[in-house]
Write a protein that binds this ligand. Sequence first.
Ligand SMILES: [Zn+2]
Length: 202
Amino acid sequence: MAEVSFKVSSRVFLRSLRLVFLFVVLLVVFTFLSVVYLGPDNLGFIFSLKVKEVVGLPERVTPQMWLDSLRHGVLGFFLGILTLDVVYAVFTVFSSVLMDVDHVPSFLGLPVPARIAHSFVFLLFVCFVFYFLFRDKKLLVVWGSSFVLHISLDNLMVPVFSPFLLSPEVPRQLVGVFVFVAYFVNFLVGWRRFKEVFLQKK
Ligand SMILES: [Zn+2]
């Protein structure tokens, strides 16, 4: 029995890890392509970077940014557990925090927006790849709510059509609506799972 539960949890752990890893790859690819799209000359800048400049990046992260990451992680955790699914919860926490990896080009001094991947284009890009690979519609919903919560916590000060249009942003008044929708959607995912596991077996 112990062996069975170990196998289940290691499978869950690996699936979570695989999703997070894939997410980071997609984020890096999207960010890179966006930087090049916004200025083909940026490619030369990237290749001229010295290792010292890249390694020194964490020093440029301000205490406020670390606090923001913590806030994204904590609220992402409460969003993820609503799904009642470990894989979705782990993915939500990590995607909530790691979204800000797209700040790297701006930190390096490239003339691009800091939140270059905080974009509906990136949202759709990830949806497309996830659906193609996993055919899991609930995962798309969970990713969508993680994204919506993240940009809401950034006060919607994000270029939502990046890299094609760097303005307009979404009206700030919608923050409350976006947060509500994100939590409500994950609650529905969790409620469905709750019914499947506990109610239909009776
Ligand atoms: Zn952000």
